[in-house]
Design a protein around this ligand. Structure first.
Ligand code: GLN
Length: 536
C-alpha cells in the first residue's frame, strides 16, 4: 500500500488538544492493523526545544535516537506505542537552518533562495523523512500553532502543495476547531469555526474533516450548520467533547465514527478497530480505588507540563495497582530554608526527585533525599535526582561534606558527580549531551533487576554529568551500590541502597518509555513500594 498522509491543523484557539487528536487517530488506525507514525511541526525559530525553559515550553521529550523534541511526541508514543525518531519533530529553526546551510554550500546554484519554493520544499522533504527509519501505511503530521499565525504560513503552504505532488487520493486534511458554549443564551456558537475554515480555504486548503472541540455535546443541527457553511458533509464533522481524561479521547472519537470516515476518505483497506486493551485501561482509570500520594521535589513545580511524562508514568504505575496517584508538589527552594520536614512530608507515601539543570534548589533536593533515606520512605531519583542522591550519601554517610557535582561547584575537592573527560571542553549548550538510548546491564540480586526481570535494558538519556567512578568503592562499603552499568564506557546508570525498602536513582529518563497499558517497570515497582509504605 502507498503511504497516506494526514495533516492536522488547528483553528480558533491554541491548546485545543490537536496533539491528543493526532495521537488518538494514530491509536485508532493502528488498532485497525495499519502501521502509523506521527510527526509534529513547531513554527518557532529555536532549532529544538532542548535549550528552551521548561517553565515556558514544558518538558523536552527525548527519542531513542537522541532527538530533543516537543512534549506532544510523548503523547504520540504513549498512544500509539511506537518509538519515534528525531525526524518526527521539526521546528522552523531546523527547517531554515538546513536551507541556510544548503545556501552556504552552494546547493542552490546561485538562485535567489526564497520561502517558496526553497523553504516549502525543505518542509515537504521533512514530511517524507518520517519514512527514513521505517515505512508506514500512515503518516500523521500535526502543524503546531493556529491558522492565521504568521509563522505557520510556510508549513500550511507546504502541505497545500504536498497534495498536488503526491496525489489527492493520498492526502487528508483535518482541522481542529473550537465551538464555544454561551451560558447566558444556552447556545453553541459555530461562527469561530466558520471563520477559521474560511481562513484555511483562503490559503488553498479545504479541510476534509473538522473536529469540533466543545464543552458540551454538539447536536445534529449544529453539525448541519457547520456542514453547510464549511462545505463538508455532516458525517465528517466530528465532535470531541471535553473528556474526563486524555486516554478517553480515542474512545469518544471512535463513538463519533472518526476512524471510519478517515478510512473511507482515504480508501484504506483494513480491519475494524480492536481496542480491548485500551478499553480495559480506560475502565481501570474510571474505577480507581485508593489514593497513593507521591511528593515531587522540583524547581518548576507550578507548571505541570515541565514534568508531563513523569506524571503520566506515575499514573501508569497507579493504574496497575488500581490506585489513584495524587501528586504533591514540593518546591525544593522552600526545603532549602530548613522547613519542618515532618510537616512537609506528612502523608506522603513516596518521594520523587526529577531531572533538572542548574544549582537552584539543589540543597533542598538533597535534604528531601536525606529525609527519604533516613525515614525509609520509597525514593526515586531521576537523572539530577540520582545525582543528588549520590551527593547526599557522600555528604552525610561518607562524611565528605563538600561533595558536589562539578556542575554546581567546579572547584569542589569531592566532585562525586563529574563530567567524563571526553565531554570536557564543549562550550556550546545546544545538543552536547549524552542523548538518546544506551544499553544498560543490570546486576543480579538487586531491586532494579527484580523490577525489570531481565538483565539487558535500554533507556534514554539527557545529561552531561556522570557518577565519578573513583567513589564507587566507598559508596559500596557503606551500602550504596551500582545496580546498572553502561558497560562500554563503564558508567554507573543505576544506584540503590540495599538496606532501604525502595531507594533507586537512575541516570536515565525512564519516564519516556512508560505506556498506560504497559507501565514502566521502575514506576510500577516504585508505586508498589509507596502503596506498601502507606499501609504501614
Ligand atoms: N544537570 C544534570 C546533567 O547535566 C542532570 C540533567 C538531567 O537531570 N536531565 O548531568
Amino acid at each position: 500500500m502507498k503511504t497516506k498522509f494526514i495533516f492536522i491543523t488547528g483553528g480558533v484557539l491554541s491548546s485545543l488538544g490537536k496533539g491528543i487528536c493526532a495521537a488518538s487517530l494514530g491509536r485508532l488506525l493502528k488498532s485497525r492493523g495499519l502501521s502509523v507514525t506521527i510527526q509534529k511541526f513547531d513554527p518557532y525559530l529555536n532549532i529544538d526545544p532542548g535549550t528552551m525553559n521548561p517553565f515556558q515550553h514544558g518538558e523536552v521529550f527525548v527519542t531513542d535516537d537522541g532527538g530533543e523534541t516537543d512534549l506532544d511526541l510523548g503523547h504520540y508514543e504513549r498512544f500509539i506505542d511506537e518509538s519515534l525518531s528525531k525526524y518526527n519533530n521539526f521546528t522552523s529553526g531546523k527547517i531554515y537552518g538546513s536551507v541556510i546551510e544548503k545556501e552556504r554550500r552552494g546547493d542552490y546554484l546561485g538562485n535567489t533562495v526564497q520561502v517558496i519554493p526553497h523553504v516549502t520544499d525543505e518542509i515537504k522533504d521533512s514530511i517524507k523523512k518520517t519514512l527514513i527509519t521505517k515505512t508506514t501505511d500512515i503518516v500523521i503530521t500535526e502543524i503546531g500553532g493556529t491558522v492565521g499565525d504568521i509563522e505557520s504560513l510556510p508549513f500550511l503552504e507546504a502541505i497545500r502543495q504536498f497534495k498536488k505532488d503526491i496525489g489527492k487520493e493520498n492526502v487528508l486534511y483535518i482541522h481542529v476547531t473550537y465551538v464555544p458554549y454561551l451560558k447566558t443564551s444556552d447556545e453553541l456558537k459555530t461562527k469561530p469555526t466558520q471563520h477559521s475554515v474560511k481562513e484555511l480555504r483562503s490559503i488553498g486548503i479545504q479541510p476534509d474533516i473538522i473536529i469540533c472541540r466543545s464543552e458540551i455535546k454538539i447536536n445534529d443541527s449544529i453539525k448541519a450548520k457547520i456542514s453547510l457553511f464549511c462545505d463538508i458533509e455532516k458525517e465528517a464533522i466530528i465532535n470531541a467533547v471535553d473528556a474526563k481524561h486524555l486516554y478517553e479521547v480515542p474512545l469518544s472519537l471512535k463513538d463519533e465514527k472518526f476512524d471510519e470516515i478517515v478510512v473511507s476518505k482515504l480508501g484504506l483497506k483494513c480491519g475494524k478497530a480492536r481496542l480491548s486493551s485500551w478499553i480495559k485501561i480506560v475502565n481501570t482509570i474510571n474505577s480507581l480505588q485508593e489514593n497513593v500520594t507521591i511528593g515531587i521535589v522540583g524547581k518548576y513545580t507550578n507548571l505541570k507540563d515541565a514534568y508531563l511524562s513523569i506524571i503520566e508514568s506515575l499514573n501508569h504505575g497507579g493504574y496497575y495497582f488500581r490506585s489513584n496517584v495524587e501528586i504533591r508538589w514540593i518546591n525544593s527552594e522552600i526545603l532549602e530554608e530548613n522547613a519542618g520536614m515532618n510537616e512537609v512530608f506528612k502523608d506522603i507515601n513516596g518521594i520523587l526527585v526529577p531531572g533538572g539543570f542548574g544549582i537552584r534548589g539543589i540543597n533542598g533536593k538533597v535534604s528531601a533525599i536525606k529525609y527519604a533515606r533516613e525515614n525509609k520512605i520509597p525514593f526515586f531519583g531521576i537523572c539530577l535526582g540520582m545525582q543528588c542522591a549520590v551527593i547526599e550519601f557522600c555528604r552525610n554517610v561518607l562524611d565528605l561534606k563538600d561533595s558536589n557535582s562539578s556542575e554546581f561547584d567546579p572547584d569542589t575537592k569531592n566532585p562525586v558527580i563529574d563530567i567524563i573527560p571526553e565531554q570536557k571542553n564543549i562550550g556550546n549548550l545546544g545538543g552536547t549531551m549524552r542523548l538518546g538510548k544506551y544499553p544498560c546491564r543490570l546486576i543480579k540480586n538487586t531491586k532494579s533487576f527484580s523490577a525489570y526481570g531481565t538483565e539487558l535494558i535500554s533507556e534514554r538519556h539527557r545529561h552531561r554529568y556522570e557518577l565519578n567512578n573513583s567513589y564507587l568503592k566507598q559508596l559500596k562499603n557503606r551500602g550504596m551500590i551500582v545496580s546498572g552499568i553502561y558497560e562500554e564506557k563503564n558508567l554507573a546508570e543505576i544506584i540503590e541502597i540495599k538496606e532501604h525498602p525502595w531507594f533507586i536513582g537512575v541516570q536515565f529518563h525512564p519516564e519516556f518509555k512508560s505506556r498506560p497499558d504497559k507501565p514502566h517497570p521502575l514506576f510500577k515497582s516504585f508505586i508498589g513500594a509507596a502503596i506498601k509504605n502507606r499501609s504501614l
